[in-house]
Write a protein that binds this ligand. Sequence first.
Ligand code: GDP
Length: 316
Amino acid sequence: MALGFLSKLKEGLAKTTRALAGGLGKLVGLGRGAEREALAKLEEVLVSADMGIRTALKLREEIEAMLRRGEIRSTDPAALLAPIRRELKRLMPRRASEPIRAARPPTVVMVVGVNGTGKTTSVGKLAKWLQEGGRKKVILAAADTFRAAATEQLSIWAERAGVEIVRHGHGADPAAVVHDAAEAAVARGADYLLIDTAGRLHTRENLMRELDKIRRVASRKIEGAPHEVLLVLDATTGQNAVSQAKKFADCVGLTGLFLAKLDGTAKGGVVVAIWNEIKVPVKYVGVGEGIDDILPFDPESFVDALFPEDLTKDAT
Ligand code: GDP
């Protein structure tokens, strides 16, 4: 991953790494013979970063075993960083998950998620990202016709990203919007059709039925559509994000996640918990409110940014 990406990721994870450094710093001074206490503290630190109990336990057990085997000799936080990094990388997917592309354009990306998670912002960022500086043609479908301001807000993002948008009025049939948008995408030779969907309806069943209908309309117009179904999650909601991910994975079927607001939380470890729970890859992360505050997600760089070599320098 390019250097610019890495520093942006580190910046985005600053709150989390600061919390981790503070927590691990407490291991200093426990002295020899205090391994049990140190391991318990380590587990606590990992849980508080929202990595999930299972991950924290697994890491603790691994470190414990390494100590027993004499592979590491100290519970000094600096000495633990390398094994933590190695174990986390083993728990996470090997490589970054490539965004899915249709064999024949347009690639249809359906974006789902609860209101307030950062869905509209993330669709805007994604539109600009996929456009690759004007080399690709992206069309947005404003299929959240339920929330009064949704279409208006999405139009603003379309303008910022410099992409076209297909929209109907508030309260219109979202399937009709998708129908028109799909026709426009084919007719205009678009590379991507990005469908923004409702984050809330009167009931959950209604929402699921609507998302299903959108899928069917898209697939009737464009072979294999939607090729990608991305769920936007708010990283600041921690374990709540994990349970949302589970529900959507069960009901809608997901190909990837867009984890927004990673910069706004000290609980960036939630990325690990989500992977552990549902095995749907994070494909993008949001690290700010601006249109360019988006990063493709790479597990290896993520772990390196979360536990950099100098993490405990200030704490020790
Ligand atoms: P929606 O209701 O899910 O469509 O959410 P919005 O896109 O309107 O975003 C809700 C709030 O989250 C807004 O204030 C956004 O600026 C903010 N937001 C979205 N993504 C990010 C992000 O990656 N980082 C930060 N710090 N704020 C974000």
